[in-house]
Design a protein around this ligand. Sequence first.
Ligand SMILES: Cc1ncc(COP(=O)(O)O)c(C=O)c1O
Length: 374
Amino acid sequence: MTKSVPLSLPDISDKEIKLVSNVIKSGWLAHGEWNKKFEDSFSNFIGVKDSITMNSCTSALEIALKVNKIRGEVIIPSMTWCATANAVVNAGAKPVFCEVESKTRNVSAKTICPLISSKTEAIIVVHFGGQTCNMDEITKLAKRSKLLLIEDSAETLGGTWKKKKAGSFGIGCFSFFPTKNITTGEGGMFTCNDKSTLDKARALIGHGITNSTYDRERKKFKPWIRESTYAGHNFRMPNPLAALGFLQLKKIESMNKNRNKLANYYNKKLKKFEFITTPYCHKDVFHSYQMYTIEVDKRIRDGFVNYLRSNKIGASVHFFPPVHKQPFYKDKKNKVNLTVTDELSKRLVTLPMYSALKKVQIDYIINTINKFKY
Ligand SMILES: Cc1ncc(COP(=O)(O)O)c(C=O)c1O
C-alpha cells in the first residue's frame, strides 16, 4: 500500500554521499577542484565552450544581464517562477511580461515580437517544466533584432530542441534546487560560448577577482595578490556541492529517460479522465519532465489539488499567481494581454514527478483520482 507520494524527491546515492563526505574531510570547503571538474563535464554535456558553477540559477540570470550591462527592457514570460523577474530587477533592468503559447506554455517568436521596442535589450526565454522553446524562431528573432538571448533552463537540464541542448542557444542558466533534474541542494550553472563573457562572469561571482583562491594558491608568484576589477558578488558554489553535482550529472541521461517513461505511463493512465488534459510535447523536443503538469477545469482545480494533498499525494500548482500578478509586480506590469497565462495559472496542476517514482505510486494516484467527485 502506497502511503504517500511526494511532489519530488532528489536521487542521491551512497557513492555521492561518500564523495561529499570525503571532500568535506579534505578541508577544502569553498570553491575548489570539484568546481572545475563539474564545469568541464557540464560543458561537454550541454555542448558549450565553458560553464561556471554558481550558488543558484537566479544568480546566473543576474550575472548574464550584468556582464552585458543590460539596464533597459528585458522580455520574459510571466508563466515562470518569480526568480526570472527578480534577477532582471536586481540587475537594474525592467522586466516586460510576455504571453505564452497555451499548448507548450512557452514564449514563441509570435508572442515576443510585439513587445520588441527601441528600449528592448534582451530576451529571457524559460523552457517551461522541461519543454524547450522553439529555438529556431527565437534565435532568428533575437539575432535580427540584435537582442541578447538568455535561456532560463532551470527546469530543462538535458532537454533539447532538434537534438541541440537547452542552454546552448544563448547564455544558459540552470538550477540545482532539490526539485530539479539534478541537485546540489542550492546551486546553479552558467553556460556560454563567448570567452570574454565567461571571464567577466567568473570575476563577478568572486568579488570581482579574476582568479579563484584555489587557482591562486597553486601559483608560484605572490599568490596573495588579489586584484578586484569589478564590484563583484559572492555567488560561488562550495567544493562539496560541486562534487555532488559532478556525480549527479553522470546519471542525468538515465534519470531523464525514467522521467519520460513515467510521463508516458501517466499519459496513458490519465487518458480516461475527461476533465484532465495531459501535457503536450512538441515533436522536435526531447522533454526533460522536470515537472509533469496537467490541466483541469479552473472551477474544480483548487478542490482537486486539495483532494490529492489530503490523500498524501504531493500535488501543487506551477505557477499561481503568475509573476505579473505577484504583489511586487502587479502595479508595474506592461499593458500586454496575458489571457493565456492567466487562464493556465488557474488550470494547471503539477503531479508528482522524479526519476525514482514508481509505476505503483502512479497507480495509487490514478486510483485516488478515480474516486474524485466534482
Ligand atoms: C524557471 C525558473 N527560473 C529560476 C529558478 C530559480 O532557481 P534557483 O532556486 O536555483 O535560483 C527556478 C527555480 O525554481 C525556476 O523554476
